[in-house]
Design a protein around this ligand. Sequence first.
Ligand code: ROI
Length: 169
Amino acid sequence: MISTALLTQAVDLYIGLGSNLEDPLQQVRQALSELAELPHTELICHSQLYRSDPVGPADQPDFINAVAHLRSQLQPESLLDQLQALEQKHRRVRLQHWGPRTLDLDILLFADLQIHTARLCIPHSQLSVRSFVLYPLQEIAPTLQLPGGRSITELIAQCDRGTLAPVQV
Ligand code: ROI
């Protein structure tokens, strides 16, 4: 049984989704509907789905990425438990560091909290250098300010888009 420790009120937070195995488009679409079903949590919106070359070893399939905006009353650790349970449900395999995966769910931002524990690093440690996170995030939160004072606009200005492109449906 996963704990569902609650905050006194719901807060806004952002999740990064990524997949490059076993029908990645379907993995990400399915995960978005599962995020909407999390307890004490509302899916506010999500970005388009994007395709990009892998960051890390090049001998793996392209990734599908998206970012979701949630409003949740779950404590950060409880949210992490819920996300890890969803990753397991998608038979998450991690064969190799920075290698292919069926589903990755990362907490990017959680209200304006800064958390550095053994389990959690919020804001996500790679947030500012990953185009596959920043561009979808900017799509759904163009005026976002990060804890620490930097804006999404400033981060995007320093991050090349690379091959990242919306998936044409
Ligand atoms: N590369 C891309 N393009 N998208 C990802 O979600 C992603 N996730 C990862 C690594 C393997 C670092 N590379 C990625 O974990």
